[in-house]
Design a protein around this ligand. Structure first.
Ligand SMILES: CNc1ncnc2c1ncn2[C@@H]1O[C@H](COP(=O)(O)O)[C@@H](O)[C@H]1O
Ligand SMILES: [Zn+2]
Length: 368
């Protein structure tokens, strides 16, 4: 097996409905086509298109939303997405999704979440740990050397606020996240079409989330919007996604505040947000030891997987196996799960370092 596949990895920026398998997406589209809900031949080209502008990406998400806003389908997609990540040795997955309401089928944000939870429970091919660790319990959770050949994966959840939502709807999502902390919800994400919405709409819900102990990650700088980027950085989220259209002053704030950045190489290239991999801002951040983590964003929509993202980075930026392993291990410091999970994963990476033939001593760690 190639080292970028066998290497343990940490995924911190994956949207549930963007990570849907191609085959499942086509199957669902055909089924709705047969029912006459959509015209398959009209939407086929949207699904199959390779490079998509930001506008086209969000057209596709609107289609996916029609296809997947159903309890049973959500459960299935969740199960498949976890299996797919585990199969390429992702050992910790922070999966994010936007709870949706659909009165026509009796779906509430709460029942949407329950369907996702059911998906987590229904995985049988790998061991899934998603219930937070009891503070009193000092068992090793991951037990990599327990003799079992079954793969194990930690999964934690972020609930997303869609930029189209009102303050009230955003607040409802945060309240749901708080209720569901016991089922592994660790934070809130702000995502959705960057061309719409206003920062001040979400701010009350994000402040509330923070005050209640949830972590916050923001999609930041996907399009040039200097004022909003400034406002987001002032909020000091625990992580941001993308950081593409930054100006000098934004880089300065980012660097001094050390806010970790979730980097999605393929997504940025495929949405034409970054001209080419060679000019990607990953390099500048990586070289200055700014905390960064490689992520997929939407592995289904962009036909990628986390192993591929590491391979792309290795090829484009000259990272060897050791540097890539280090990048992957350092991502453990950026996860939102509780301390015990971090400790457990760190131990696991250390134990794997030997078998992978990479040095055990760290090249560097982030000063957060
Ligand atoms: C390309 N970059 C991106 N920028 C902003 N938001 C994105 C995104 N990729 C995905 N999403 C957000 O995630 C939703 C799909 O997953 P869930 O239905 O939540 O599981 C999309 O509809 C969009 O709101
Ligand atoms: Zn994203």
């Amino acid at each position: 097996m190639e080292w970028w596949v066998s290497m343990p990895k940490v995924e911190l920026h994956a949207h549930l409905n963007g990570s849907i398998r191609d085959s499942t997406l086509l199957e669902l589209t055909k089924a709705l086509g047969e029912k006459g809900v959509i015209n398959f031949s009209q939407v086929e080209h949207i699904i199959m298109k390779y490079n998509r502008s930001v506008k086209e990406v969000f057209q596709l998400f609107d289609l996916i939303r029609i296809l997947t806003t159903d309890h049973a389908i959500l459960t299935r997609i969740t199960r498949e997405v976890i299996e797919d990540f585990a199969s390429e040795n992702v050992v910790y997955l922070e999966l994010r999704t936007t709870p949706k309401r659909n009165d026509a089928i009796g779906m509430t944000k709460g029942s949407y979440f329950e369907a996702v939870l059911e998906g987590l429970r229904s995985v049988t091919s790998v061991d899934v740990n998603f219930i937070p660790h009891d503070k009193e319990d000092s068992r090793t959770l991951f037990s990599p050397n327990n003799g079992s050949s079954r793969k194990r994966i930690y999964v934690r959840l972020l609930l997303s606020i869609d930029r189209r939502e009102t303050t009230e709807a955003a607040m409802e999502t945060v309240k749901l996240a708080l209720e569901m902390k016991q089922f592994g919800v660790v934070g809130i994400d702000l995502s959705g079409n960057p061309l719409v919405g206003d920062w001040n709409t979400y701010l009350p819900a994000l402040k509330f989330a923070r005050n209640q102990g949830l972590y916050v990650s923001l999609h930041c700088g996907e399009i040039p919007n200097p004022k909003e980027i400034h406002q987001m950085l002032d909020f000091k989220p625990e992580r941001i996604g993308h950081a593409i259209c930054f100006e000098k002053e934004h880089w300065e704030i980012l660097k001094s505040s050390k806010i970790p950045v979730e980097i999605c190489l393929t997504s940025n290239i495929r949405t034409l947000a970054v001209r080419s991999i060679q000019v990607h801002h990953f390099v500048g951040l990586y070289e200055t030891k700014h905390p960064v983590v490689l992520c997929t964003d939407d592995s289904g929509v962009f036909s990628t997987c986390l192993s591929k993202e590491y391979k792309i980075a290795a090829d484009a930026f000259g990272l060897g196996k050791r540097e890539s392993f280090e990048l992957s291990r350092n991502a453990v410091e950026l996860i939102f799960a509780e301390r015990q999970v971090k400790e457990d994963l760190t131990k696991y990476f250390d134990s794997v370092a030997k078998t992978m033939g990479v040095y055990k001593n760290k090249i560097h760690s982030y000063e957060l």
